[in-house]
Design a protein around this ligand. Sequence first.
Ligand SMILES: Cc1ncc(COP(=O)(O)O)c(C=O)c1O
Length: 310
Amino acid sequence: MDSAEWIWRSGRLQPWGEATIHVNAVGHASVAAVFEGIKAYLAEDGENLLLFRLEDHLDRLYASARICRVEIPWTRDELTAAIVELMTANKASDDTYIRPWAFPEGVIREQMVPAGVRCEVAIDSWPFQSGFKREGCRAGVSSWLRISDAITPPRVKAFSNYHNGRLALMEARENGHDWPILLNDQHKVSEGPGACIAMVRDGVVVTPALSSGVLESVTRSTALTLLAEEGYEVEERTVDRTELYLADELFFLGTAWEVLPITTVDGLQVGKGVAGPVTEHLYELYFSLVRGRSGRHLSWLTPVPVKAHG
Ligand SMILES: Cc1ncc(COP(=O)(O)O)c(C=O)c1O
């Protein structure tokens, strides 16, 4: 894997190769680790990278840490400065993915990592090209149910939650799909393993409510805002599995997946089997926003000059 030159770790930049921990720290420490996935997009003028909704991602990082009772020993301003420092050190000059994560410090002997244990924060970044995958993907409803708020809250962005998504993904691939769609403990639609889901039915854009066992996705909230501004009717509600089979359009929404059309679900073609008009429109709205082209929601964009290090 291509690695960046630098990682930010607990207050300073560290060369990639030196950013190690003891092998004993890997397993148990990961149980309590929380993280974020943030993107920075190259602006239209090529002079800035625009961190997208950084404040909202940091809010979610602290929210995840609060629920898991792990303490992040860095303030929001310090983490913001750290991300900018890291991007500059790594000479980021194109679309970039940034992953901050907090994990218990040192070697943890207990599986039940105690509350309030000191945490380290590390931040990694790597190039991540974006683009509309118009051909979309094939999805299948998983026999694995989504973790639930009463068991392992999906509202928390924790590495351990991805065990559930991975099981569903392995099954989906085995069955010839690209990605799984998970139902929640009520057997209603929740989300994909790394993205939320939305459908268009009779002109209305519908996505499972935040109480459906989903991550409080930044992309989902962005899409709902942009579509409502364009006059689309949007609904957040309980979604039945069979509604997926009747949808005119279906798509995943996430920082990494962006707007990803779903062309078949359980082998049934969705709409015309290609990205539908609302999906295309949303993609346009999303990309002109994140690249600063639309001039809208400028408070969601944190510019990091490319020239300073380019
Ligand atoms: C399980 C899950 N759901 C939804 C999302 C989408 O969230 P966001 O739009 O904030 O990236 C992600 C991606 O982080 C995810 O891992």
